[in-house]
Design a protein around this ligand. Sequence first.
Ligand code: SF4
Length: 405
Amino acid sequence: MAFADPIMVEVERKLDAGIPLSMDDGLALYRTWDIHTLGRLARRQKERKSGKKVFYVLNRYINSTNVCFAGCTFCSFAADEFKEPQRVFRMTADQVFAKAVETGTNFNQIHIVGGHDPRQLSLDYWLPLMRRFKAALPHVQLSLFTAAEIEYMAKRHRMSFPQIVTELKNAGLDNVNGGAAEIFAEATRAKICANKVSASNWLLLHEELHRQGVASNATMLYGHIESIEDRIDHLIRLRESQERSPGFNAFIPLAFHPDGNELSYCGWTTGLDDIRTFAVARLMLNNFDHIKAYWMIQGLKVCQVALEFGADDMDGTHGSTDEEMIYHSAGTQSGQYVDDREFRRLIEEAGYLPVRRNSTYDEFPWDWAPDALPVSSAALPESSAALPESSAALPESSAALPVSS
Ligand code: SF4
């Protein structure tokens, strides 16, 4: 095979020998002008992992609250309850449950994330709601929280990471979402999300989840103030974490969106940067099974092209109304819902086999539907999610509390 860029010869030799790519290799992949060979190598790695399959999930996506005091500079979603009360929303547990089933029960995953809300983000709210989901919808996997939310709850309840993971697992947690990873490189992280989970605690928490049998995903927020070195460093830290404590299923590159946040001067990512990032991730993360092209972030058209550059997952159908608020606050032009027939059309046109999955990549026929549910969801008792009256009930300073063992 003739290579347009000679650096690709060495990269292919390493890939064929199963040798993890280095920082220098990753930088070279980002800098090469030979985008076609980059795509070919990434596609070949993808096919080594998942053959001709490309996955999607019938799911429900909910942002349960936008109240947050973390102040991440890239965030357009969070609302300060005291400064901008008109923007605040905070769903009760009953509202979350009702939203999840408003268009029926034939879905395999519920994905919920929210802000660091002192009145919602507690085990008192979540454990009864999780048990209610599991009782009413045993076929639905719970993909809840990010590491930032779990760390917040651990501090709040004065629990170690192993303790809180056990509590959440016993209540039915199947998978933890990959958000809050942002960029691990500390100097950059300090400028974009100084007040939320540190890079080391993000990794520690995911490794504890995996040790206790809870799956998770991982993300990287790119296209803001980070350097290319930061991106490759991020991927290598994830690869090393997966080596120490396997359990990540998918890596999801998240393109920065600039509307309505402090980093809006960074602008939008380009199509080529998006495509290159999918390919570089596929080549660097040799111990991750899946690279997800999340249609909500880069858009359906770019995500279809990403299937030619190493991605093997398009994420989920989402809801039918207005559930996704994080990227819609930041300017995404993606809608709120993709019919699963559209996923199959896009995947087949790219030459791949569409496969319906759940959070942990169990496979389902496209027309699978749950058997009769054990109890009518409407007949279930309402969740006893008592919210604390105010955030004044929280410990004075969570910074001093132990968060890991
Ligand atoms: S990104 Fe998450 S933690 Fe950061 S301000 Fe927004 S909602 Fe809060």
